[in-house]
Write a protein that binds this ligand. Sequence first.
Ligand SMILES: *[C@@H]1O[C@H](CO)[C@@H](O)[C@H](O)[C@H]1NC(C)=O
Ligand SMILES: *[C@@H]1O[C@H](CO)[C@@H](O)[C@H](O)[C@H]1NC(C)=O
Ligand SMILES: *[C@@H]1O[C@H](CO)[C@@H](O)[C@H](O)[C@H]1NC(C)=O
Ligand SMILES: *[C@@H]1O[C@H](CO)[C@@H](O)[C@H](O)[C@H]1NC(C)=O
Length: 486
Amino acid sequence: MSSSSSLVFFFFLLISSSCFPSFSEILILPLSHSLSPTHFNSTHHLLKSSSSRSAARFHNHRRQQQLSLPLSAGSDYTLSFNLGTHPPQPVTLYMDTGSDLVWIPCAPFECILCEGKSNPSLFPKPLNVSRSRTVSCKSPACSAAHTSLSSSDLCAISRCPLISIETSDCSSFACPPFYFAYGDGSLIARLYHDSVSISSVFLRNFTFGCAHTTLGEPVGVAGFGRGLLSLPAQLAAFSPQLGHQFSYCLISHSFDKQRVRQPSPLILGRYDEDDKRTDGELVQFVYTPMLENPKHLYLYSVGLAGVSVGKKTIPAPEMLRRLDHRGNGGMVVDSGTTFTMLPASLYNSVVAEFDRRVGRVHERASEVEDETGLGPCYYMGKVKNETKVPTVTLRFEGKESDVVLPRKNYFYEFLYGGYGTGRKKKVGCLMLMNGGDDAELNDGPGATLGNYQQQGFEVVYDLEKQRVGFARRKCASLWDRLNQRN
Ligand SMILES: *[C@@H]1O[C@H](CO)[C@@H](O)[C@H](O)[C@H]1NC(C)=O
Ligand SMILES: *[C@@H]1O[C@H](CO)[C@@H](O)[C@H](O)[C@H]1NC(C)=O
Ligand SMILES: *[C@@H]1O[C@H](CO)[C@@H](O)[C@H](O)[C@H]1NC(C)=O
Ligand SMILES: *[C@@H]1O[C@H](CO)[C@@H](O)[C@H](O)[C@H]1NC(C)=O
């Protein structure tokens, strides 16, 4: 299926077995972590790339009402399935909870300004859609792709005659192409229907966008956001159980090159809390409510009440706790952004408190900060006694909704330098990012929770109860356990 041995594709459908007594159907897919080793020859190049991409995406969520796309080619999670039947064609796409469309590169495919954005050998050939059906201008899917433009407008654009529009007789006129723009890329796509095989689930009539030309986007995207066209929504139409919730458990990635990576489980459908104790861990979820977002319908927004550094809690600005009536504010839970972005006031307070503790003992590594775009960074090797890096806790809105981050989710330690004659030094950087001035953040999300901070948690998107849950888990053993059950 893929030319890369590091991408492993197994598909499983568990149907009501003794280990999952309460729920009839879940679907488990492997998420592969994609790095582009050929283009990132050192840790700090990759860090710089990922951090600036997180920033571009964050600011784009703020400007655009349209769909957005994951920009972190350096450190994203992909899933794979087959499209069509004669013959089935493999597709590998970024899994993105920050958008709601599935789009795929189609042959002939041209990606402008894509050098260094991904390793093309990791991804299948562009799709041949010559046997896929076009989507009608009348279809609700067409309106959804065109940001709710009416069917009559869309059919008029497709040159359906007025009399046919009035008699609802435009079925044979195809949905017009649509345009997406985002942080540092864009694309034009057209909608198609075809069958897909996702594990043993076979959907006859799956709707996806097909792009022949993109700017800066070499890889397609599976949107998991809220909306008609997202992958979970289309699975829900096939089997309601599969659509009630999904979760993933991201295996820690490091920016070290050439590590053999295990797939991270992506679980579609609900499975019982009790079952989650069976692998010897006590798994406890903390939940925070999803906020209805009238402006960015596809986003999973939650309220952030504060951030604790050690025992000190820094309250979040009001804008992060809830959405205003126009849908601005809140924190977006996003699998397609690498690093967490906080508004400047909160970010600066967190950094100041962190620096007050760590900076007392360790020398600041300014050159590392300049090169990676991260900060604050410290030389870690200089003191004999081990300073404790303070715990960072995200305090979400809701009862007991505190998420204590494991240290490696916010403090990345690596060897720096060693080029030429210099010796490598151990450095550590705080892995949070400044999203910009609070005053400028009143038109869009206030913050983003990136995938780096979600590693080692099972993150549940409970669409029925409208909440997001977090539980510390051993993601690799969860994957193994789910496999062994078969
Ligand atoms: C990494 O590659 C870039 C160009 O792609 C080059 O400028 C840089 O010197 C390289 N760094 C190392 C450490 O090889
Ligand atoms: C797609 O496949 C058809 C045969 O099924 C072939 O005739 C056509 O040339 C292919 N198109 C592209 C762009 O490869
Ligand atoms: C596929 O679904 C669309 C709605 O998304 C519908 O209009 C169309 O008739 C369906 N086609 C088939 C073959 O079921
Ligand atoms: C570690 O060293 C710092 C200064 O070098 C000192 O202030 C601190 O008390 C020491 N901690 C312990 C536990 O020895």
